[in-house]
Design a protein. Structure first.
Length: 338
């Protein structure tokens, strides 16, 4: 018995030592009232789907941001407004940007990694679509749908200290085409890039050096060599692209992409400008996948099988050594790993 306890402790210590860093995420819990209770047993009011997520989720659930060591220890609550989602670490690991508020009334906030120093950077918007930290961790590029427009998007660059805010010029570019340079400048897409790619290409994911973009077209994960497309004015879809529902993120070295295929967390490697070495990492329906800082581990959330809560798992990029690090009765969402 003692030997088993010691071995278990040593295993968790090794995982903590090997992985390091902090996970940040949102925890979703049913509210402590009748609506929350009904939601917990799958009974919802009109307009709310079986997942419990809808335009009015705040009437059924609280959502707050937490951090935790990658071995499952030291859970720390950072927000208590019950409407905080989508936390993202700054590249230097000092700050967390996040969205506060339900759809139709969302704000961009930033705080230190310990939850202190909360500051509102962008006021109420119809919807905040996405945010991208600058390489220097001093600014954030944000795509928003303002309240005053029907369907047009806007891009904004806001400073972490809250002193500077600049609106970008193009609604089309706000769909992920504006991006950061390695030295912290905002780059506009080359005039030849967007027209050359498929019409349904949007929300591209750029590698850190801007060499490649990954995007979804016709239900598959596509890759484009940016300079090659610009130089030739041509791009052709191959016959070996994997199916794709959602793109999560590039690995830190820009060589592998983390994505969802039919609900499974998968990876693909860039080899000579093509996506190769496809791997089903999760081997179960999963979501909110993220790389650790050196690209040696992947975290995601999934239902463990013995309960319906969404728990956090950590796994090697080849799918081996899967470890479940949470065991709760609530849901973990929007993972990001420092």
């Amino acid at each position: 018995m003692k030997r088993g306890v010691i071995l278990s402790f040593l295993a968790m210590w090794f995982i903590s030592t090997a992985l390091g860093g902090d996970l940040v995420f949102t925890i979703r819990k049913p509210l402590n009232n009748l609506r929350g209770f009904k939601a917990s047993i799958g009974v919802y009011s009109s307009g709310v789907g079986p997942s419990g997520v809808s335009r009015r989720w705040w009437e059924f659930f609280s959502q707050n941001i937490f951090t935790m060591n990658s071995d499952g220890t030291e859970l720390r609550q950072l927000t208590d407004d019950n409407i905080s989602i989508f936390p993202k670490w700054s590249p230097d690991g000092r700050y967390i940007a996040y969205i506060s508020g339900p759809e139709g009334n969302q704000e961009l906030w930033v705080m230190r990694g310990d939850g202190s120093g909360k500051r509102r950077l962008l006021g109420k918007q119809e919807r905040i679509n996405y945010l991208w930290w600058s390489p220097k961790s001093d600014q954030i590029l944000v795509s928003v749908k303002p309240k005053r427009t029907v369907d047009l998007l806007e891009g904004w660059v806001v400073s972490v200290n809250g002193e500077d805010r600049k609106r970008m010029g193009s609604s089309e570019w706000a769909k992920g085409w504006n991006h950061w340079s390695e030295d912290g400048r905002i780059l506009n897409p080359h005039p030849r890039l967007i027209p050359t790619l498929p019409k349904d290409a949007a929300w591209p994911f750029w590698t850190w050096d801007n060499k490649y973009i990954a995007f979804i077209t016709s239900g598959v994960l596509a890759l484009a060599d940016v300079k090659g497309v610009i130089a030739s004015g041509r791009w052709v879809l191959g016959r070996d692209e994997p199916p794709c529902d959602e793109i999560y993120e590039w690995s830190p070295d820009g060589r592998r992409i983390l994505f969802s295929a039919r609900g499974y967390v998968c990876t693909a490697e860039v080899v000579k400008g093509r996506l190769k070495n496809l791997t089903n990492v999760s081997r179960r329906k999963a979501a909110y996948a993220t790389w650790n800082g050196d690209g040696t581990k992947i975290a995601y959330v999934a239902r463990p099988g013995d309960r319906e809560s969404l728990e956090i798992f950590i796994v090697n990029p080849d799918g081996s050594d899967q470890v479940r690090i949470t065991n709760t009765n609530y849901d973990h969402l929007y993972l990001d790993w420092k």
